[in-house]
Write a protein that binds this ligand. Structure first.
Ligand SMILES: [Zn+2]
Length: 588
């Protein structure tokens, strides 16, 4: 009897939960007000109360943004509600079905948020759609009602009707991981790697559709070749052409790119665009599917901590350039010059000696995404340092496997083992084990001292594997420097940064000081370098400053500029093995 009643209870509960539905309706009747209107219909929810939550962050962008701050007019069609914390509304419906309504103000043009004006609507789901606590796994539908004069909706969500803008998602995660562009934008498509790619371009710019089709297809194929397969049938690129656009955000089957509207002309700008395409597309594997254990399923309620953003973003940054080399957009010389510039940038940043990339990753929420004037002294980017660690590992693997394997093999091991076979994220230790498995060698020292520590990457050794030398063009030079960054503000030369270990730092120059004169000579505009460069190390300069409006003087003892300026240069007579590694590394 007891067993029987439990059995019936189980049946009742499963029937109830399987028949519960969550459907969203999105409208924007007055785009010029920047308000979206959202209705959520809950059907067959018999609980006395249900918690409705607004995410606090957008996956891929590691900052708590408090999206509930833009929510207004939260209400029910029957029943009552109260807020129980900053992003949770507890509702008490009268009956099993209820309609929740609210408005969201959306006027921040970024890939991480939503935006609405008279020209278009852009939706990044976590900033717009609330979820039902403990019910994120329920399938959802979404109906969009744009203003009559907007004819197009672009999204990777599965469309369920030819006549209306109706979509479905298997769960909340997919719903909000599918950005949506609405308006009268340009659309085109191309096929590559067996996947249909739709491209939605908002905003004027100097792009050429036929060139984009060819170049984006090349990038897609280069990315797919790394992994050997492409998990999508359809993929959507949403591109916003803006006056000051830069950046992108990855999603499961789509990406949003914000680019400079005039950045499509051949040359450096166009290469930056292609590199961004490669970066975000590469993410559909690395981070969206190959992922650290803490990055999915996501907790939308608070920070999701991981030590591995140097893999997610660093490896992706390594490949966004390497793949342009593989696809033929760079020659080896150009690629090596860009890589050497990244090394110089990382090694010249004081924070590189203080913050390991694992910590940079863990603290992304409070440091990388909340930089201040002292950040360069105390932090390092897990993008650029991560890319250099990826490069080091690539060369270590090539050396230890006689160029039979490279970093691609590590990504394929992670893809096959953790995404395809186990369908889960991996731990720090499992990631290291995958690298060691491909290398055929323990790498405890590398991971302990160079990844989790701040030991300088042994560039000279690693580049020697490929028959290359790392030369410092500044070696032997006796330039002096003050050690501060400045900007002209209202005609005044203002200090914006003071770097650890420099003359400016040691002798007490402050951020926000106005440098008025050096050794009694008025500093006009940007001629400070002239007044400093004419000296040598050990010379003492008198700086006349305005500090909070009060004139003051400090003495600064100049030091030699210790910054490096690297070049990577192939040696004259490489061994056969070095040549083999060089060719495999750079796909020559
Ligand atoms: Zn990225």
């Amino acid at each position: 009897m007891r067993i029987l009643s439990l059995f019936f209870l189980f049946i009742t509960l499963s029937l109830e939960s399987s028949s519960q539905t969550v459907s969203y309706h999105l409208s924007m009747p007055e785009p010029h007000t920047h308000y979206f209107h959202v209705d959520i219909n809950l059907v067959r929810f018999s609980e006395d109360s249900v918690d409705i939550k607004m995410p606090v962050w957008a996956p891929g962008s590691y900052l708590v943004r408090e999206f509930s701050k833009s929510v207004e007019n939260f209400r029910l069609d029957n029943g009552s509600s109260k807020m129980i914390n900053k992003n949770t509304w507890r509702i008490y419906p009268n009956g099993n079905s209820v309609k929740i309504s609210y408005d969201v103000y959306a006027f921040e043009m970024s890939v991480r948020t939503s935006f609405l004006d008279e020209s278009h609507a852009y939706i990044n789901g976590t900033s717009l759609f609330m979820y039902i606590a403990e019910k994120k796994e329920l399938p959802t539908t979404l109906e969009i009602t744009p203003p009559a004069y907007w004819k197009k909706v672009s999204t990777s969500l599965e469309r369920t009707s030819d006549k209306t803008f109706s979509y479905k998602a298997p769960d909340y995660d997919v719903l909000v991981d599918s950005p949506i562009e609405i308006g009268n934008h340009i659309e085109f498509h191309f096929d590559a790697s067996g996947v249909k790619h739709n491209v939605a371009i908002y905003g004027k710019g100097n792009f050429e559709i036929e060139a984009l089709k060819i170049d984006m297809a090349k990038i897609v194929e280069s990315c797919t070749n790394v992994f050997g397969e492409n998990p999508n049938k359809n993929y959507v690129f949403i591109i916003h052409n803006l006056t000051n656009g830069s950046g992108g955000l990855e999603h499961l089957s789509s990406t949003t790119l914000q680019v400079n509207r005039w950045g499509y002309q051949t040359g450096r700008n166009y290469e930056s665009f292609l590199s961004l395409v490669a970066h975000e597309y590469f993410h559909l594997w690395n981070v969206k599917r190959i992922r650290p254990i803490n990055l999915g399923p996501f907790d939308y309620d608070s920070e999701n901590y991981t030590n591995l953003l140097w893999l997610c973003e660093g490896f992706t940054s390594y490949y966004d350039e390497l793949l342009l080399k593989r696809a033929g957009y760079y020659d080896s010389e150009k690629y090596l010059r860009k890589l050497a510039n990244t090394i110089s940038r990382v090694e010249n940043q004081p924070g590189n000696k203080l913050q390991p990339v694992t910590e940079a990753s863990f603290h992304a929420w409070i440091k990388a995404y909340r930089p201040n004037e002292n950040s360069k002294n105390t932090t390092i980017s897990y993008y650029s340092k991560g890319a250099l660690l990826a490069n080091a590992l690539d060369l270590i693997i090539l050396e230890n496997t006689n160029a039979e394997k490279n970093l691609d093999d590590v990504l394929r091991v992670l893809w096959n083992e953790y995404y395809k076979k186990q369908n889960r994220g991996f731990t720090d230790k499992e990631f290291q084990t995958a690298v060691e498995q491909v290398t055929g060698k323990k790498l405890d020292n590398f991971f302990l001292n160079t990844v989790s520590g701040v030991e300088t990457i042994d560039y000279k050794t690693y580049f020697s594997y490929a028959g290359c030398e790392l030369l410092d063009l500044n070696d032997g030079a006796e330039n002096v420097k003050l050690g501060a960054s400045t900007t002209i503000k209202n005609g005044r030369l203002m200090v914006t940064r003071v770097y650890h270990g420099t003359a400016a730092y040691n002798d007490g120059l402050y951020v926000n000081d106005e440098i008025v004169a050096i050794n009694g000579y008025r500093v006009a505009d940007n001629d400070m370098t002239t007044l400093v460069d004419n000296h040598k190390a050990g010379d003492v300069l008198t700086l006349t400053l305005s500090r909070d409006g009060i004139m003051t003087e400090i003495k600064v003892t100049l030091q030699n500029d210790k910054n490096v300026n690297y070049r990577i240069v192939p040696i004259d007579r490489p061994t056969e093995k070095q040549e083999l590694i060089y060719k495999k590394w750079l796909s020559e």
